[in-house]
Design a protein around this ligand. Structure first.
Ligand code: OGA
Ligand code: MN
Length: 207
């Protein structure tokens, strides 16, 4: 028999995804891994590497401040620094586990840093494009400092269906927290932030 070791952290995420369509993992990355990613993000943000986010894709892409106000920078695997390589290698490990245990058929991934300056938000939306349904799982990992307070705003609100009734799950962007959810099923939004909000966000995709 194959030696298929169970990973309790991954199992918890998979159980939550199956039951609720979303999962929250507060220790997917270590505190020092998050610190290193925050340093990389800040260095690139300060050297003007980020661009205003847009909605839609390809020819339909446009910047709409009334919908989202964050600035993003896509990670490039080839030119990734040490912190980003470490991040992507842990994500790869998770993807292999998902494909092995859940037959999800994840073939591709894409991640970007995101900075929400004070006063910005991302209105309620779904993470899939009309012309492209490859995004299966959305992953958001917060790179804020330890002291994120409720009055800073910036909750991720996920809209859930509970016996046909809509309910809201509010999730604070706490340092190192990873939120994973089904891209095609769950609408969500980022509430207005009153303090700069940092994250790395991405998608696991089928072919
Ligand atoms: C997104 C998004 C959520 C968050 O980038 O599509 O919904 O909490 N992000 O940053
Ligand atoms: Mn989204």
């Amino acid at each position: 028999m194959d030696d298929l070791k169970l990973n309790p952290g991954y199992e918890q995420i998979i159980d939550a995804l199956m039951a609720d369509k979303y999962a929250i993992a507060d220790s997917f990355f270590s505190s020092s891994e998050i610190d290193a990613l925050q340093v990389s993000l800040r260095r690139k943000y300060e050297s003007d590497g980020f661009k205003k986010s847009a909605i839609g894709n390809q020819a339909n892409e446009k910047v709409v401040d009334a919908v989202r106000g964050d600035y993003i920078l896509w990670l490039d695997e080839e030119s990734a620094d040490e912190a980003e390589k470490q991040f992507l290698s842990k994500i790869n490990d998770f993807v292999q586990y998902l494909n092995r245990t859940c037959y999800l058929g994840i073939k591709d991934k894409e991640f970007h840093y995101a900075v929400y300056p004070e006063g910005t938000f991302y209105k309620r939306h779904l993470d899939t494009f009309q012309n492209d349904s490859r995004r299966k799982l959305s992953m958001v990992c917060y790179l804020n400092d330890e002291d994120w307070q409720p009055e800073f705003g910036g909750e991720l609100t996920i809209y859930l269906k509970d016996n046909g009734r809509e309910t809201e799950k509010n999730i604070y962007p706490l340092k190192g927290r990873m939120v994973i959810f089904e891209s095609q099923l769950l609408e969500h939004e980022v509430k207005p932030v009153k303090q700069q909000r940092l994250s790395i966000t991405g998608w696991l995709k089928s072919r």
